[in-house]
Design a protein around this ligand. Structure first.
Ligand code: GRF
Length: 199
């Protein structure tokens, strides 16, 4: 049986992408990490892809402002088809996916969020903003959520959650660092579980 082909979508630093690549090297993840799609050609994730000889495709609305939604979605679908992509892993991807892409890959797109959804999610809740909002709210635990992606930000069916302790002297940066460690541990594990069901 052939391995699955995964496309990572990322816009930022790419530390989750790196954790996934490490898990692939260790043999925990069996699928081929075939491609990185990014909307930001200057981001850290692109560097990581280049170092690991993974193809990068830059797709940004800014590059194609004149295209209809349909034509713009076709660009994604054509690239995914060219690389035979079975499964999409969002790892710090900052854009909402085109709705028809979500339909095409129903239950085959996942995302990781650095808090316990449905709290602290939705538009604008990304990066350090999430951890700031968590601390401001006064909650005593935070966590990570891995979920399927639907057409709304952070609203898809939850697959996995793990609590992360908040310390009294935490600021948003120390909290982000602790939460990221959990992301790096559990995202590859969940991908390795999911791929078994898709094989
Ligand atoms: C992570 O906190 C992830 O939960 C969120 O975006 C951040 C990406 O970080 N979706 P990185 O680019 O993987 O370092």
């Amino acid at each position: 049986m052939r391995n699955l082909n995964i496309s990572i979508f990322a816009s930022g630093t790419g530390s989750n992408f790196e954790a996934i690549l490490k898990a692939k090297k260790k043999g925990l993840i069996k699928s081929t990490i075939a491609l990185l799609i990014t909307n930001n050609s200057q981001c850290g994730a692109v560097e990581i892809a280049r170092k690991n000889s993974i193809d990068v495709v830059h797709i940004s609305r800014k590059v194609y402002p004149e295209l209809s939604e349909e034509k713009y979605t076709e660009i994604f679908l054509n690239v995914l088809k060219t690389y035979n992509i079975d499964f999409i892993v969002l790892a710090g991807y900052m854009k909402l996916l085109p709705p028809s892409l979500v339909d095409e890959y129903e239950n085959r797109i996942i995302n990781i969020h650095p808090a316990l959804l449905p709290s602290f999610g939705g538009k604008g809740m990304y990066g350090i903003n999430v951890h700031r909002a968590v601390l401001e709210s006064g909650v005593k635990v935070t966590g990570i959520t891995i979920h399927f992606v639907n057409k709304e930000y952070d609203k898809g069916r939850i697959i996995f959650q793990k609590c992360v302790e908040i310390y009294p002297d935490d600021d948003e940066y120390s909290l982000q660092k602790r939460v990221l460690k959990y992301e790096h541990k559990y995202y590859p594990l969940i991908i390795s579980e999911l791929e078994k069901h898709l094989l």
